[in-house]
Design a protein. Structure first.
Length: 322
């Protein structure tokens, strides 16, 4: 697979690409800037897309008779239909997308934390908290990795986003020249990674890739591609990571000395109790992969699911989903 493959990511244009916020500002986000070295960004500003100027009076999402509407309080103008039409057109012609990084709290791009107002101007305490463009994205791409720059500051969310983003980009590349042999290789190389997120989905994917029913190639790829992103529905579990590491240890049962095995099991036990980060037992295992040139494990994306440069050294002690 192409080591230089870049995921295609739709990104809010205000996140370092243009001074297009309502007040004419641009937000320089360090993570978005860093990610730009490894992905192909497709910037979009939905509010400019529907013809609003920069600067402009703020707009907000208002719940009116059960429907979310995009309103500009200072003028009373409503832009709901324009935004829905823009979202439909833009998302229809943007092509195959591997993920989205959208602006948090934006009445257009927000996906989970948008302030929703009632008709008297009060913020509603609990309702569907999506902007109109962000909601359209999540409706059209329900299984795609969709995050905002605020949530990506959380390690577990960022780890899962990157893992899914680059996995789906690799599958997209695979799908451009599909063969059963290539799918089998893809599944084998992603098996341990997917296992850390969902053993159930990992086994389902294995059955699809095995294709014992001899289904047509396009059907197998379609089914596999629909199932693959569901593996990342929840953060990786530390218990699953332990199972994966124990499974990998089995590849060295004849090569390792008793003290080496004992040392590894001790680090694993300390990781289980939160005394060590996952990087410690994983690092020990990787050293053995190199030392013994273990062919199956050296190709596993579990050890590097996305470019190592995207990992922050401050992340090394994190990653526990308790």
């Amino acid at each position: 697979m192409n080591a230089n493959l870049k995921p295609r990511v739709v990104v809010s244009k205000c996140l370092g690409f243009d001074h297009c916020r309502y007040n004419g500002e641009m937000i320089e986000d360090p993570l978005v800037r860093k990610l730009g070295e490894f992905v192909d960004f497709l910037p979009v500003c939905p509010e400019m897309g529907i013809g609003l100027p920069v600067p402009r009076d703020p707009i907000r999402v208002v719940l009116v008779e059960g429907r979310l509407r995009l309103v500009q309080p200072s003028t009373g103008n409503e832009y709901s239909d324009k935004m829905e039409s823009f979202a439909l057109e833009h998302l229809s012609r943007v092509g195959t997308i591997d993920g989205f990084v959208l602006k948090s709290r934006s009445p257009s791009c927000g996906t989970r934390d948008v302030k929703i107002y009632n008709e008297t101007g009060n913020v509603l305490p609990a309702t569907k908290r999506q902007g109109l463009f962000g909601g359209a994205v999540m409706g059209r791409f329900p299984l795609a990795p969709v995050e905002d720059e605020g949530r990506l500051k959380n390690f577990l969310i960022r780890e899962r986003f990157f893992a899914q983003l680059f996995t789906m980009a690799r599958f997209r590349e695979l799908s451009e020249e599909p063969t059963m042999a290539r799918l089998t290789t893809f599944h084998a190389r992603h098996k341990l990674l997917v296992w850390t997120y969902s053993e159930k989905v990992m086994r389902e994917l294995g059955r699809i890739a095995a294709n014992q029913e001899h289904r047509p190639l396009d059907e197998v790829f379609r089914t596999y591609g629909e199932k693959l992103p569901t593996a990342f529905a929840n953060p990786a579990k530390y218990t699953a990571a332990i199972n994966v590491l124990m499974h990998a240890l089995g590849y060295f049962k004849e090569e390792l000395t008793a003290p080496e095995k004992a040392y590894f099991l001790d680090t694993l036990e300390r990781y289980r109790h939160g005394k060590l980060p996952l990087s410690v037992p994983t690092g020990v295992l990787r050293s053995w992969v190199v030392r013994f040139n273990e062919p199956y494990l050296k190709d596993q994306y579990f050890f590097e699911p996305y470019p190592e440069a995207l990992a922050d050294i401050a992340d090394s002690g994190k990653g526990r989903d308790k």
